[in-house]
Design a protein around this ligand. Structure first.
Ligand SMILES: CC(C)(COP(=O)(O)OP(=O)(O)OC[C@H]1O[C@@H](n2cnc3c(N)ncnc32)[C@H](O)[C@@H]1OP(=O)(O)O)[C@@H](O)C(=O)NCCC(=O)NCCS
Length: 177
C-alpha cells in the first residue's frame, strides 16, 4: 500500500465565496488588503484605481458575505500569450480556507480566456506558504531574481502552462474578465 499522502484538489469549494472583477467601490477594501498582506512593494490606491480600468489588466476580488477577503491581479501584454500574476492576497483572518486557491483557479480561467498559454509570477524565496500553494496549482520553478523586492529580498520565478479551456466554461470566464 502506498504511503504517499493524497493531496487535496488544487481548489475546493468555499462556502459563500464570490469571485468577480473589482469595481471602484472596492478601492478602500483593496487598499486595506494590500496593507495587511504586504510589508513592501504594495500597490497604491492610485495604481489600483488605474488597474481596474486598464484593459490589459484583470483585478479579481474574492468576496464573502459582502466583504472583500482576497484579490488577484493579472497583467497581459498585446501580442503576448504570457499572463503575469502580479499580486495575490487574502485577508489574514480568511487564510487557510481555500480562497487563495480559488483565486488561482480563476486566474487560470481568465488567462486562458484571454488567449494566454503560460502564467508567470515572482514570489519571495522566504514565502513558504505561497510557494507551496503555487506548486500545488501546477506552477514550476523557472529561475530566480536576486534582490528583486524593495527590501532586497530575492524572488523565485514560477511559471505554469495552461491547458486549453473546455468550451462550455466560456460564459463563466467572461464574467470575471
Ligand atoms: C499566500 C496566500 C495568498 C494564501 O491564501 P490562502 O487563502 O490562505 O490559501 P488557501 O487557503 O487557498 O491555501 C492554503 C494552502 O497554502 C499553503 N500554505 C498556506 N500557508 C502555509 C504555510 N504557512 N506553510 C506552508 N504552506 C502554506 C498550503 O499549500 C495550504 O494548503 P492546505 O489547504 O492543503 O493546507 C495568503 O497566505 C496571503 O495573502 N499571504 C500574504 C500575501 C502573500 O504572500 N501573497 C503571495 C505573494 S506571491
Amino acid at each position: 500500500m502506498s504511503s504517499v499522502r493524497r493531496r487535496s484538489p488544487a481548489s475546493r469549494p468555499v462556502p459563500g465565496l464570490t469571485l468577480r472583477a473589482a469595481a471602484p467601490a472596492d478601492l478602500d477594501a483593496l487598499v486595506r488588503l494590500e496593507e495587511s498582506a504586504f510589508a513592501t512593494d504594495r500597490l497604491s490606491r492610485r495604481s489600483l484605481r488605474t488597474l481596474m480600468a486598464r484593459p490589459s489588466a484583470a483585478l479579481i476580488v474574492a468576496e464573502v458575505d459582502g466583504r472583500i477577503v482576497g484579490a488577484l491581479l493579472l497583467l497581459f501584454r498585446r501580442g503576448s500569450r504570457i499572463a503575469r500574476l502580479y499580486s495575490l492576497s487574502v485577508a489574514a483572518e480568511a487564510r487557510g480556507t481555500g480562497i487563495g486557491s480559488a483565486l488561482l483557479s480563476a486566474a487560470d480561467q481568465v488567462s486562458a480566456a484571454r488567449g494566454a498559454v503560460v502564467i508567470k509570477l515572482e514570489v519571495r524565496t522566504d514565502n513558504a506558504g505561497a510557494i507551496s500553494l503555487y506548486l500545488r496549482h501546477g506552477y514550476r520553478h523557472a529561475g530566480d531574481w536576486p534582490a528583486y523586492y524593495d527590501d532586497g529580498a530575492d524572488a523565485h520565478r514560477f511559471a505554469k502552462t495552461l491547458s486549453p479551456p473546455p468550451p462550455g466554461r466560456a460564459a463563466a470566464r467572461r464574467r470575471l474578465r
